[in-house]
Design a protein around this ligand. Structure first.
Ligand SMILES: Cc1cc2nc3c(=O)[nH]c(=O)nc-3n(C[C@H](O)[C@H](O)[C@H](O)COP(=O)(O)OP(=O)(O)OC[C@H]3O[C@@H](n4cnc5c(N)ncnc54)[C@H](O)[C@@H]3O)c2cc1C
Length: 627
């Protein structure tokens, strides 16, 4: 075993095969001491729905001991098999890792996982798992109707039917005879991908979208916007972008893709339909919801499930500023249409220094405005190249080499706590590579940080979706003085024509743009469903004490309520699990999640898939702010 790094691929395969065989056997036997001994003492095991209806991360032997017996016991886990060829990699302080995909099954599901084995200083002869990911691929009884299992009709029978495919599509879309089982609020990328996944599982799903056309959420954003991350990581579930598309997708091109996707995946989307609110009837296990239709009328529906996919940004946060009513210029929040503002030759103050603030300031400068940015607190800035792409290197390397679902699995195998560890040194390296850019910014007084625990922008994205900027040019304009800067200040008040800052200085301004971020998504839940549901669901987004994203894609403590949202990679990868949870609930496989048990209770449950939701133990609710 000592020379495994230099072993032939056949030998590596044998090593992985033997290791996995022993591991699987020990797990099946319930020999958790042996399983624990095969994990590295610093190892992470992440499970997405196979050993419980939740996302779980255990780190180190003690956490594993507390989690594993309750989780794996009674799950019927068996049949671990190596899939494909193991590869060599490296992670954290481990200069060499042996990595491989594997499959397995439980009593009710087919699973798929990814393991990363490393040498162990305590027992050099043995390889141990540094990361181990187990995920539910499909419910055995309800496989997805895709690939070889795609829908097949008997043409001899269907050719005698009067209804065409189009007739059936139109009827399904209208929900004339029955209510949908799931209503998804919002037809952005998250809502659409979740709807597509549910459709593949034969779940009757309606997406309600308040704008006039699917994709308008992107069409309505400022015209200069292109996706900041590369196409290789942004593909949609089931339908990847064409090979001919550019690396950075313009927002209107993406908008049209959303519309195309909804049609091609046969999604039932009602546009010009606004979700107004709803209540949950726990006895009937159904929601009563109200929708405002295009004609202004309101209709009531009774789905069993709601998925909120109305954008993770929530409601714009508009700080109260003294003198707002005295100001005779325009005050606009960054979520509004800043493109339509007539700005040539005008003095514009952009309040905030997050991504939107930078993008808008850059666009305003381009259109001839005299722009000043008010930076209230420090942010992290990274160059687009080489730095911002580093966290996505995996997607770049695997682009066109592996199916994106495989890359998603490899990405999911790195729990958030481990990501934070990796991003310490990585972000410091980025700062080193970006020295010239960052020094330039410091010189003009721009306030910089590297995240609260020195882990850089990527962890800020995961924690707050805010507090960073990937430089696509605005930083250069700030350094060159073409976008002026007011760092470390706040607005004291507005007068008729000027802004007065906290240091007593003033700026004559025609327009003030508030790139001040958004209120927490929990407040959107409160507005739509009331206090009880909002409190049960708890804070959404950010990493919770259990090491997983709070309230996103997983079960919430509110029965029949899910939240989907965020960047394209997450929407693609995690909608798979939300769809499985909803399907399992509809088929009676998912136990009720109310009342919410204590953490101890939930660990004591005897069988894995009889367990209920781990409550959110995080105390802090963070505001999704632009800086
Ligand atoms: C300027 C900017 C640049 C970005 N760049 C990137 C990027 O490069 N890569 C990336 O992955 N992400 C990027 N993002 C993040 C981006 O917001 C998300 O990726 C994406 O928009 C989130 O998709 P979503 O489906 O969760 O929400 P949204 O796209 O916000 O969609 C929510 C939908 O819900 C609808 N809706 C809301 N309320 C209701 C209601 N009551 N009834 C009915 N419908 C409703 C809205 O009209 C909207 O269509 C960017 C965001 C911004 C603002």
């Amino acid at each position: 075993m000592a020379n495994w790094t230099g072993a032939s691929s056949a030998e590596r395969r044998r090593i992985a095969d033997v290791w996995l065989g022993q591991f699987g056997e020990a797990l099946q036997r319930g020999d958790y001491a042996r399983v624990g001994a095969m994990m590295h003492r610093d190892g992470y095991w992440r499970d997405l729905l196979t050993f419980g209806w939740e996302f779980t991360t255990s780190h180190g032997i003690d956490e594993l001991r507390a989690w594993l017996p309750g989780a794996a016991g009674g799950s019927g886990v068996r049949g671990f098999r190596l899939e494909g060829e193991p590869s060599l990699g490296a992670m954290a302080e481990h200069g060499a890792t042996l990595e491989f995909f594997f499959t397995f099954e439980t009593a009710i599901a087919h699973g798929r996982g990814y393991a990363r084995l490393v040498a162990d200083a305590d027992s050099p002869e043995a390889l141990k798992a540094f990361t181990f990911l187990t995920t539910m691929k499909e419910l055995k009884q309800f496989p997805e109707r895709a690939g070889r299992n795609r829908p097949r009709e008997d043409l001899r029978v269907s050719s005698r039917e009067l209804e065409s495919w189009l007739d059936k599509r139109n009827a399904a879309r209208q929900f004339r005879d029955n209510d949908p089982e799931v209503v998804i609020i919002g037809g952005g990328q998250s809502g659409l991908m979740l709807a597509a996944r549910l459709g593949q599982l034969d779940v009757r799903t309606l997406v309600v979208e308040k704008t006039g056309r699917v994709g308008d959420v992107w069409r309505d954003r400022y015209s200069s916007l292109k996706l900041h991350n590369e196409i290789c990581m942004n593909h949609f579930a089931y339908v990847p972008f064409p090979d001919t598309w550019p690396v950075f997708i313009p927002k209107d091109k993406l908008a049209n893709w959303l519309e195309f996707y909804a049609e091609t995946m046969e999604l039932n989307v009602w546009t010009r339909t606004t979700f107004l609110g709803g209540e949950y009837d726990a006895a009937a296990r159904r929601w009563t919801i109200r929708l405002r239709k295009a004609d202004g009328g309101t209709i009531v529906m009774r789905p069993s499930h709601i998925a909120l996919a109305a954008g993770v940004s929530g409601i714009p946060s508009i700080p109260p500023i003294e003198g707002m009513n005295d100001f005779i210029g325009r005050i606009v929040h960054s979520s509004g249409n800043t493109d339509e503002l007539e700005v040539k030759g005008k003095s514009v103050l952009v309040v905030g220094a997050g991504t939107s603030a930078h993008d808008i300031a850059q666009s305003l400068h381009l259109r001839g405005a005299d722009v000043t940015m008010l930076q209230r607190s420090s942010i992290t800035v990274v160059s687009l190249e080489p730095s911002s792409v580093r966290p996505y290197e995996l997607y770049r390397q695997n682009d066109g080499v592996r199916p994106i679902a495989d890359t998603d699995l490899i990405a999911a195998s790195v729990p958030y706590a481990l990501l934070a560890r990796l991003h310490g040194p990585l972000s410091r390296q980025m700062a080193e590579d970006d020295k010239e850019l960052l020094d330039g910014l410091r010189k003009v007084g721009f306030l910089l940080d590297n995240g609260e625990d020195d882990t850089g922008y990527f962890l800020k994205l995961l924690r707050y979706q805010a507090g960073y900027y990937l430089n696509i040019g605005a930083s250069d304009l700030i350094i060159a003085g073409k976008i002026k800067l007011k760092p470390g200040l706040d607005i004291t008040r507005l007068t008729a024509r000027a802004v007065v800052f906290s240091d007593g200085s003033t700026l004559d301004a025609d327009i003030v743009i508030l790139a001040t971020g958004y209120r927490p998504l929990q407040e959107t839940v409160r507005d739509m469903f009331g206090d009880d549901v909002a409190e049960r669901v708890g804070p959404i987004w950010g990493i919770g004490d259990d090491g997983e994203l709070r309230g996103m894609y997983a079960r919430t403590a509110q029965e029949g309520f899910y939240v989907a949202g965020g960047g394209l990679p997450g929407a693609r990868a995690y909608s798979h699990y939300t769809a499985l949870l909803i399907k399992a609930a509809l088929e009676g496989l998912l136990p009720s999640c109310q009342p919410v048990p204590s953490v101890t209770q939930s660990m004591e449950q005897p069988t894995a898939h009889g367990r209920t939701e781990r409550p959110d133990r995080s105390s802090e609710q963070r505001e999704l702010a632009a800086e």
